[in-house]
Ligand binder design. Structure first.
Ligand code: THU
Length: 154
C-alpha cells in the first residue's frame, strides 16, 4: 500500500493547509492588481477545497480566492467548514475582504481564518470576530412583515 504524507485521514496541520493555499496562489490570474491570492478551505469532514483570484479586464467581474474555494466546496457537497487559509503575495497577512467574509458567514461563524503573507508571516482570527453583526438568513425573516412586492418586470 502506498503511504501518503500526511497519512490519509490524518488531521492536517496549519502548515499543511497553508501549503495548499500557496499552491493555489500559484494559479492566480491577477494581471491587473498583481496581487496573487490562494485559499484552502477545510470542510468538517477533512476535505480541502482550493481557489485563487481570477481578475478580468472588466474589473468588477473578477472574483476572490476564498469565494472560488467556497464554490468548489459547495458543488462537492460540503457545507460545514473548520478552517480556511488565505495565502497572498503581499508581505503583510491580509484578512479576507468583506464580500468573502459574508459569503463564508452563510455556513457558520466558528470558522478559523488564517492569512499568510509571502514571507510566511501569519495571523489568525475567528470569522465571528471579523464580521460581527453579519447579515444572516434570520435577517430575511423580516420579509414576511413587509408589504407584498410587485412582480419582477411589472
Ligand atoms: N482578493 C482576494 O482574492 N481575496 C480577498 O479577500 C481580497 C482580495 C483579490 C481580489 C483581486 O484580484 C486582488 O486580490 C486585489 O484586490
Amino acid at each position: 500500500m502506498t503511504e501518503t504524507c500526511p497519512p490519509e485521514g490524518a488531521a492536517l496541520s496549519w502548515d499543511d493547509l497553508a501549503a495548499k493555499a500557496s499552491v493555489a496562489r500559484e494559479c492566480a490570474y491577477a494581471p491587473y492588481s498583481r496581487f496573487l491570492v490562494g485559499a484552502a478551505l477545510e470542510a468538517d469532514d477533512g476535505r480541502v477545497f482550493t481557489g485563487c483570484n481570477v481578475e478580468n479586464a472588466s474589473y468588477p467581474v473578477g472574483t476572490c480566492a476564498e469565494r472560488m474555494a467556497l464554490g468548489q466546496a459547495v458543488v462537492s457537497g460540503a457545507r460545514s467548514f473548520a478552517r480556511i487559509v488565505v495565502a497572498t503575495s503581499g508581505a503583510v497577512p491580509a484578512s479576507p475582504c468583506g464580500m468573502c467574509r459574508q459569503a463564508l458567514a452563510e455556513f457558520g461563524m466558528d470558522l478559523e481564518v488564517m492569512s499568510v503573507g509571502a514571507g510566511g508571516e501569519a495571523t489568525t482570527w475567528r470569522l465571528r470576530d471579523l464580521l460581527p453583526a453579519h447579515f444572516s438568513p434570520e435577517s430575511l425573516e423580516s420579509l414576511e412583515r413587509v408589504a407584498a412586492q410587485p412582480e419582477a418586470g411589472s
